[in-house]
Design a protein. Sequence first.
Length: 284
Amino acid sequence: MRDDNPAVEVLVKPRKRVYVPVSRARRLRIRLLGSIPYLLLGVMSLPAILMYLWLILGSFSKKVLFGLIPTELSLHNWRFLVAPLKYGFGEYPSIWLVTWNTLFFAGGVTLLVVMTATLAGFALSRISFRGREELMQMIILLHAAPGITLLIAIFYVLHYLGLLNTLWGVILVKAALEIPWSTWIIKGFFDDIPWDVEWSAYVDGCNRFQAWYKVILPLIRPGIAAIAIFSFLAGWGEFIYLYTFIFTETHYTLSLYVLAVIGEFRFTDYGVLSAVAFWYMIPT
């Protein structure tokens, strides 16, 4: 009796791999050519590596021979962690107060930028309204303008608002300058979220805010992390606005503290300066 569904066994003969012999000289040539980009990268990075090496060695030694070889290791340059540094007839503010001010400033900038950019990016990505394209172009133009050109105008605004010589005033200024670029970055992440995900949230009973907060935001966590890191580093490394709008030593951040340690009309202790600079660059 004939079977309507016969089982057919198919045997496939494995193909043999053919190895082409390569001469030792050719292999060596390929390896040398492949190592050229790494060699160029190492040569270009060497000055920066040497500067960081000098900074680290200088912070842990009293004397450095030929700029690189420590002759006497010591923690004397780190004494500012225990007691405030003194100069002339005064002393600098505590490094812990200055570090807290820096963390407060960078964290405040990060919080404002993330909150505002995520809301603005969602609106520009999901809501269609008249003038949206023009608004997006204006946002990127705001980021293109050099912030230093706004110093005088910002000074008068902070003065009339009573925010001059306050960290909150400079936080608002720095966050306002970081929001345009962060909005553009986060908008790209919102654009990659399918509309079906948002519509499903509406079907389940969410309003627009709940869909943004409970459904969309968890899906763009990498984008939020990116703008948060960029904003924190921008706040941590800020100098010009703090130097212009902060006058009281109790409001100093680490960037102003480094400038104070350098000094303007006196001898600079490069060991202490290296230690303070190394302390300043730890988060970065």
